[in-house]
Design a protein around this ligand. Sequence first.
Ligand SMILES: [Mg+2]
Length: 218
Amino acid sequence: MTKGLVTAGPAIETIPVTKPDLLLLDIDEVVLHFIDPFSTLLEEFGARLTPSSFRLTGNVHSIATGAAVSGNELDRVTQRLYEEQEERQMPVEGVGPALTALSELADIVFLTAMTPSHYESRRRLLDKAGLRFPMIATQRSKGGVAAELMEKRTGRLVFVDDLPPNLVAVSRSVPEARLVHLMATTLFRDCLPPLPPGARQAKNWPEATDVIRSLLAA
Ligand SMILES: [Mg+2]
């Protein structure tokens, strides 16, 4: 473990290696909806998300006054969403059947930057949805974790995330990683930043399943 950075979940060396290939999945906006329930929570606080750029800060405004909501306030809403995730964060459409099918081809691990103290409630939420794959919640860079997960493996790494900087971090640490961008919400579709070279894009799980299958076969 990297000093000072908190991680929750199974130690990497205890995660079973049953197949050569690894499918490593971000959770928020990939496996569970985040932005749509975040928007719902904001509206309950009298604010609205209307993205004109690929970030939350500066794109959330008070419905009553039009004033921008600060980053600190948005962090508090994020923590509230994580606290209430079992009621608010639903699985992304089609993720269950997709992962059941893809688990025949590769081991699956979830890697989330969610505040690690919410690990237990997220674990319950995933288990209830039948998504019983190992989960690591960490403040570390996803690149370092991906590299450690691949140390004992001889096959391919396919990594899926909605945030391009995470795709870049993993490709720096594991240069041969195959990258997929998937973001469940349509709200940010018009302001996506450029993806790293070679990254593939999918708009939903049926598309992502085809892309991941082709990357695992190539
Ligand atoms: Mg995410």
